[in-house]
Design a protein. Sequence first.
Length: 188
Amino acid sequence: MSRLSVCAVSFVIVASISACSFKKSPASESTNQSAQSENKNAAAKSQTTQPQAQAGELQPGQASGTYTAKGETVELKYAYAGPAERFSEEAMVILLTDKPIPPEAVAEELKDTTLLDGDKIRGLEYAIMKDGMWVCFHHSNQYQESGTMKIKDYKVENDVVRGTDEADGGLTDEKYTRSVKFVATIVK
């Protein structure tokens, strides 16, 4: 039996328009209002033709939220995803971490969580399988849950996986809780 890995899973585009103030005559004020109106219409039109991130919306590679393991809370900021084998089954593996994984190590980390297992990086590891999911808390004391539970708002689209997960720790007397949101580009 092969060794099982343990634990898994804005840019906000801001446009600013600055205006200079100067002494206006009544005629120039009317012309200036007309120009401002045209600028507003052009800005509104460009917003409908170009997709822009909403304030607070996560971009690929980002996670937000925390997990708690035996009283210690860890803030998660980074998200990675890719296909890998878990429990002799093909799964979508999602890693949410407190520190970035070096780009050259991401593919290997998805297959065999060396950095997470070594406590160099802390986080959650998810394996989404056909009949349920498994999640592991990579921490000095690793904890795992599995079952038919599902990630809320889970979606795989255009090589991006996203979702939200919450667990109140009811199974563990509140020693292990999680509340996270993520968007990750799938590494192939």
